[in-house]
Design a protein around this ligand. Structure first.
Ligand SMILES: Cc1ncc(COP(=O)(O)O)c(C=O)c1O
Length: 498
């Protein structure tokens, strides 16, 4: 918490000033850089392009068309105004039955109707953000811990920890197996917690993963269920990106896994939201879906703190109940994400940049390890600052996702139009080309070794100056891309003639 006047923090609570809000993370720094100099194709074509926001802006046209065709669904049209008084007054924290029924069916549809959801188990919350906090409040006390595989969504640090006092302990995953969660890593994190006398209350995962853009396979999920069942701790699955899966392997929900795997269902909870799959983060529709009656009952009371507005429930109840529209929307949306992903990763490939092979999400996990000066987080930070200030792209460094390997960056591709994406790709290509040339210069420069023989110190200074001048004049043309300040590429062995 920033306190403008010295000492004013003392006036606030410990929670308000405990710095756990996570906004000091470099993930948010990039947003600030964008805010100060935002790209606009005409007004600010050299501005920073925002590639740090996992937003889905690819399918608004479909939604707008539906809204235009269904004026009754909105209370702000002459066709829908008759519902105004009722909707404006609706405030039941159980949520509107029509909306919860439609939402439960929608959640089933995304999972290919292989599972069904009971509307009475749905607890509404202000986005997945509100939902995650509710679940933490229900499951853990301050000081207790949840295990979370790395790399993970940076705002988990704020959403899960800040106001609850819960700790997050990393389960280390790395690129050797494409960042998959292993039993060994889980056991190690659990044992480390026990050695430190920290009570582990559960494991939380995001499936599909943010930032990896990969789905968690069946076997891994079964292993997770067995792990938490053995330890009698909870498993929370954030499935906010479930309908962003655009190619095989298909998404498998934890709801399907527990149909096949024996476990105590009281330990299983799902977090969901319409922010990504429907591209509606501003509507703040979040869900806790728990198989545990106690969590449903308590969570529902807590949802009073962040209700989904009745106007939103009313509109979406109609939209989500329109099967034909929803089927088409989900199909087309996934197709558009797939196309975006293909265009973007192909462009990166042309620039020589590889990404983790992914099948979901609104971003790529870009491997810039070859561009690091050295394999350290300092070098990652240096490269990231260069990408923001020189390339003018706000991408998010792996460090802010608690990735243990330096050099990985998350880049979002669905929060902009195609033209902006092309400009971003062009900037990346130019940057990589420039970085490659620099490397070449460094290597070739080092090969140019001159031996100069001098009489005395004065002679050294004078001849060095003359030689450098004539070297630049003769060896480099005025249009040489090698800047004049790069004289260090020229190596002189200075020998004194005694
Ligand atoms: C994994 C994950 N969980 C939760 C959220 C928060 O979503 P919401 O906008 O619904 O609060 C995000 C948003 O980026 C996310 O990536």
């Amino acid at each position: 918490m920033e306190c403008k006047k010295k000492g004013s923090c003392q006036l606030l609570s410990k929670i308000a000033t405990n710095e756990q809000h996570g906004e000091n993370s470099s993930y948010f720094d990039g947003w600030k850089a964008y805010d100060n100099d935002p790209f606009h194709p005409i007004r600010n074509p050299n501005g920073v392009i925002q590639m740090g926001l996992a937003e889905n802006q690819l399918s608004f046209d479909m939604m707008e068309e539906w809204i235009r065709k269904h004026p009754k669904a909105s209370i702000c049209t002459s066709e829908g105004l008759n519902m105004f008084k009722y909707i404006a007054n609706f405030q039941d924290y159980h949520g509107w039955a029509d909306f919860k029924n439609a939402l439960a069916r929608f959640m089933g549809k995304i999972r290919g109707d292989r599972v069904s959801f009971d509307p009475d188990r749905i607890v509404l919350a202000g986005g997945a953000t509100g939902a995650s906090e509710i679940i933490m409040f229900c499951l853990a006390d301050s000081g207790d811990a949840f295990l979370v595989p790395t790399p993970y969504y940076p705002a988990f640090d704020r959403d899960l920890k800040w106001r609850t006092g819960v700790q997050l302990l990393p389960v280390i995953c790395n690129s050797s197996n494409n960042f998959m969660i292993t039993k060994e890593a889980l056991e190690e994190a659990y044992e480390n917690a026990q050695k430190s006398n920290i009570k582990v209350k559960g494991v939380i995962i995001a499936n599909p993963s943010n930032p990896l853009g990969t789905t968690v396979d069946k076997e891994t999920q079964k292993m997770l269920v067995n792990f938490i069942n053995d330890k009698q701790i909870h498993l929370v699955c954030d499935e906010i990106y479930s309908a962003t899966v655009f190619r095989r392997p298909n998404f498998v929900s934890i709801a399907e896994i527990i149909q096949e795997t024996e476990c105590n269902r009281d330990l299983i909870h799902i977090i969901y939201s319409l922010s990504k799959d429907m591209g509606l983060p501003g509507f703040r529709v979040g869900v806790v879906y728990s198989y545990n009656d106690g969590v449903v009952n308590c969570g529902r009371k807590m949802s009073s703190f962040g209700l989904v507005s009745s106007q939103t429930q009313h509109l979406l109840a109609s939209m989500l109940s329109d099967d034909e529209f929803i089927d088409e929307f989900l199909k087309e949306n996934a197709k558009r994400i797939a196309e975006r992903h293909f265009t973007f990763t192909k462009g990166l490939e042309e620039a020589g940049i590889k990404c983790l092979n992914s099948n979901a999400g609104l971003f790529c996990w870009m491997d810039l390890r070859p561009l690091l000066k050295e394999q350290t987080f300092d070098a990652e930070m240096e490269l990231w600052r260069q990408i923001i200030t020189d390339v003018k792209l706000n991408v998010s460094p792996g460090f802010s996702f608690h990735c243990v390997e330096p050099g990985w960056f998350r880049v979002c591709f669905a929060n902009m139009d195609r033209e902006t994406l092309d400009i971003a790709l062009k900037r990346i290509k130019n940057f990589v080309k420039g970085a490659g040339k620099k490397k070449e210069r460094k290597n070739s420069g080092k090969r140019i070794i001159f031996e100069l023989v001098f009489q005395n110190e004065e002679d050294v200074t004078m001849k060095k100056h003359e030689f450098t001048k004539s070297y630049h004049a003769n060896v480099m043309s005025p249009h040489s891309p090698i800047s004049q300040s790069q004289g260090q590429d020229l190596i002189m062995i200075i020998k004194h003639d005694h």
